[in-house]
Every structure is written in C-alpha cells, then in structure tokens.
Design a protein around this ligand. Structure first.
Ligand SMILES: Cc1cc2nc3c(=O)[nH]c(=O)nc-3n(C[C@H](O)[C@H](O)[C@H](O)COP(=O)(O)O)c2cc1C
Length: 214
C-alpha cells in the first residue's frame, strides 16, 4: 500500500503595522505561534498536511506609494509590472496559498502602508482564503471590517464569518504600552496570559481557513 503524499500549505502572515515603535510585530508573532502550536501534526485532525509560513513585515518591503502605470487586475505575469519592487512583491505573494493579515486600527481604519501593499497586486491575492486579526482598544473591529471589504469585495478573497478575530487590549495601560512598543507579555504557549482565551478564536479562524484548502 502506498503512503499518501504530504500536501504543503503555504501561508503568509502579514504584519500590517509599520510604526516605530509598534506592537504589531509582537501581536503578529503571537498569532503565528498560536497557529503553529495548533497545527502541529499531533494537534490537527487533518493528516498529511504540512504548513510553511512566510512572515511578511510590510515595513521590510520598502514599497513606495503605488507607482505602477497599469491596473493590477489587467496584469498577469510579474514581467508585466514596470518596477522591480512590484515584481519582487508579486513573486513573494504568488506562491502562497492563504494569508493571515494582522492589523492595528488607526482612526477606525487599517494602515495606509498595508492598503498600499495590497493594492500593488491583484491576481496574486484573488480567490485565496484570508484570516484577519485586528487589535485595538476595542479590538479594532472597524479596521477589520474595512479590510474585509477590501479583501473579500475588491479581491474576491475568501474571508468566512469565523475568519475575523478582534483582539482588545485588556486595559488602558496596555493600550499605551502597545503604542510605545513595550513588551505586552504575549505568550502563545501560556494559560492565563494576555489573550490566552482569544487563542481559540484565532485557531477557529485558522481551522476554517484550512478547511477551504483541503
Ligand atoms: C494613528 C493612530 C490612530 C489610532 N486609532 C485608534 C483607533 O481608532 N482605535 C483604537 O482602538 N486604537 C487606536 N490607536 C491606538 C492603537 O491601537 C495602538 O497605538 C496600537 O499600539 C497600534 O498598533 P501598532 O503599535 O502596531 O502600530 C491609534 C494609534 C495610532 C498611532
């Protein structure tokens, strides 16, 4: 009897915050570690699947404000882009099967840099599943809703009902600490810590995303 081959699902986890200082890197790592722990072979019901993660920090991309002369939906191969930075960005996103967008809420929206990076591409995102994790004083639900409209409406991505998670800072002190980039003590492997209860919302969103890919 032949052994079934292992399918690899490639997931991009996108840190949408670029401020200095910021807490977005901590939050994104917490989300990544939460799904990594959850998707270990012993913890998953889905056998013969492995996951490859690409941690994408919008800040590292150094993308200028959108400067392609064309409309991304009309450009299919990366060679169709005018600029090298767009070709590189396209080649990074194209091979990925699914995404987790981690976004702060800025004035009820999501950051301009994240929108800019999304807008550069079209076919590279189109139709793929995406989880949205927002954070803010009240969970950043307005940012998540706006991002969902962009992804599901504009780019035809699959963002199911349980694939949006809003993480609220536990108190005002935490909000101010986050704004200053101080250590929030996030630990994906610890019970009773900040957002330890919310991990099941993240893993629930993840499970729904994985179900779309198998
Ligand atoms: C420009 C700006 C606007 C903000 N607007 C909101 C907001 O609308 N709602 C909210 O809950 N927090 C808001 N905050 C507070 C952020 O939740 C907090 O600063 C958080 O640390 C931002 O994430 P970051 O550190 O990854 O950039 C805002 C922060 C900034 C810098």
């Amino acid at each position: 009897m032949s052994t079934p081959s292992t399918k690899t699902i490639r997931v991009g986890i996108i840190c949408g915050s670029q401020r200095k200082p910021r807490c977005g890197d901590q939050v994104s790592n917490f989300v990544l570690e939460t799904v990594q722990i959850h998707s270990k072979p012993t913890n998953t019901d889905v056998q013969n699947i492995s996951f490859h993660f690409d941690f994408i920090d919008i800040n590292d991309l150094n993308l200028p404000f959108y400067d392609e002369p064309g409309i991304p939906s009309k450009i299919t191969p990366p060679e169709g882009y005018t600029h090298e930075h767009t070709r590189k960005w396209s080649q990074r996103i194209s091979p990925l099967d699914a995404f987790i967008f981690v976004t702060p809420q800025y004035n009820w929206g999501y950051p301009a840099g994240l929108k800019n990076a999304i807008d550069y591409l079209f076919h590279e995102w189109k139709g793929k599943p995406a989880v949205i994790v927002s954070y803010g004083g009240h969970g950043g639900d307005k940012a998540a809703a706006a991002l969902r409209v962009c992804l599901a409406g504009g780019l035809d991505m699959q963002v199911g009902d349980r694939m949006v998670v809003n993480l609220s800072f536990p108190n005002r002190d935490a909000l101010y600490a986050a704004a200053q980039g101080k250590d929030l003590g996030l630990d994906a492997g610890k019970e009773g810590g900040v957002w330890s209860e919310e991990r099941k919302c993240i893993t629930g969103a993840w499970d729904q995303m994985v179900a779309m890919l198998v």
